[in-house]
Design a protein around this ligand. Structure first.
Ligand SMILES: *Cc1c(COP(=O)(O)O)cnc(C)c1O
Length: 395
């Protein structure tokens, strides 16, 4: 086995970019509480506000509509919390014109799916609408459930497992047409494809730093001016009372630097990763019989390649690849460890065997052509061996 380690799991998380790391290290001694009025506080606060402007610039939003959080999961939960509060009239919230219904797709990230499930447990109506075989929202199914009772629609911009990119602009138009609120989880889209909140027409949008070469444990939520927000974390007056807790100023600074770099390097990122993705896809197709590429053929993230290897089991492929120094994923990191097949692959109708035998390669700035060629060279014998001793029960 070669000693090299090839990390192709950038949709699970990314390493810090050098510039992000350097900026964070130099800020570790900025100890002031960003809410304090004195010089030390103002110094910390100025950097927080610079980061807010940078995140806003990356997605075409005014700085004032960006709220910092602990990450994508918290941002998504805050939106669902807000909608549940609105729908229940709790906390003195006005019932929004009797609207109580939620809409999500069956291919959402677990933090959205489970937030929707929680709303359901509380007695709200939730429609889990289907996606097609490529992972695209079935627009007719969406239209069929939208009504004057719809309160919140939450549909991810790009899928973390298969990379399919939704037409959020068109979806927002339909959602706004019935007067509901539109949220998109854009954690996997930001920094990979152009994202502009004005153009998309969304009310809420979720972002996370560690998927764009920033630090873990920090993220942001875009809240359109005038859209309601109820804090998930009550306490001090930080973020206009919408998210309490002393500022994670070094993390926020890291997110700001990562956002600026993502904006600056977007074209180069797309060019680079999509070329590597094509190389990997054709290499695997040419060297391994009977495989299937999952996700949309065109509207797909430039860095994400999800492939089914029927007859071989995903976890076994993963372990064999890990021994050979290749670090990929069977789908969502949040779902791994469970023996259930990927809910996203099931949502696109892949069937249990295809879903159990799927691998997600997610490429990034650290991926080279040599890495891709090594995968193309290493994987065929692994698949061949696993298929020959297959114990997968055909679906
Ligand atoms: C990673 C991810 C999240 C969660 O973000 P965290 O910052 O890790 O909480 C949410 N949605 C999607 C699509 C993701 O890929």
């Amino acid at each position: 086995m070669k000693e090299r380690q090839i990390y192709v799991d950038y949709n699970a998380t990314t390493p810090l970019k050098d510039e992000v790391k350097a900026a964070m290290i130099s800020d570790l001694d900025i100890y002031g509480n960003a809410s304090s009025m004195h010089a030390a506080g103002r110094c910390a606060r100025a950097r927080v506000e610079e980061a807010r402007a940078a995140v806003g610039r990356l997605v075409g939003a005014p700085a004032g509509s960006i709220i910092f959080s602990s990450g994508g999961s918290e941002s998504n939960n805050t939106v669902f919390h807000t909608a549940r509060q609105l729908a229940s009239g709790a906390d003195g919230s006005p019932l929004k014109e009797g609207r109580r219904k939620f809409v999500v797709t069956t291919a959402e990230h677990p933090c959205v799916l489970n937030s929707a499930e929680f709303a359901k447990k509380l007695g709200f109506s939730v429609d889990f609408i289907p996606v097609d075989e490529y992972g695209k929202v079935k627009i007719d199914a969406l239209k069929a459930v939208l009504s004057a009772e719809t309160l919140l629609v939450s549909i991810m911009m790009a899928n973390n497992e298969i990379g399919t990119v939704q037409d959020i602009k068109e979806i927002s138009r339909l959602v706004k047409g019935v007067g509901a609120f539109m949220h998109t989880d854009a954690v996997q889209a930001v920094g990979k494809i152009p994202v502009n909140v004005e153009d998309l027409g969304v009310d809420y949008m979720t972002m996370s730093a560690h998927k764009i070469y920033g630090p873990k444990g920090v993220g942001a939520l875009y809240v359109k001016k005038g859209a309601p927000l109820f804090p998930l974390i009550n306490g001090g007056h930080q973020e206009d009372g919408l998210r309490a807790g002393t500022y994670n100023n070094v993390g926020i600074l890291g997110l700001g630097v990562a956002a600026d770099l993502a904006a600056k390097d977007l074209d180069e990122y797309q060019r680079r990763t999509s070329q590597l993705r094509t190389r990997l896809m054709s290499g695997l197709q040419a060297n391994i019989p009977n495989i299937k590429v999952n996700g949309h053929p065109v509207d797909v993230l430039p860095n994400t390649l999800n492939v089914s290897f029927p007859g071989a089991e995903g976890e076994a492929i993963l372990l064999s690849m890990d021994i050979a120094g290749i670090q990929a994923s069977t789908g969502s990191a949040c779902a791994s460890g469970s023996l259930e097949p990927s809910h996203v692959l099931m949502a696109i109708g892949a069937g249990a065997e295809m879903a159990h035998g799927s691998i997600r390669f997610s490429l990034g700035w650290g991926t080279s052509e040599e890495d891709v060629d090594y995968i193309i060279e290493t994987l065929p014998p692994i698949i061949k061996r696993l298929r020959s001793m297959s114990t997968v029960v055909a679906a």
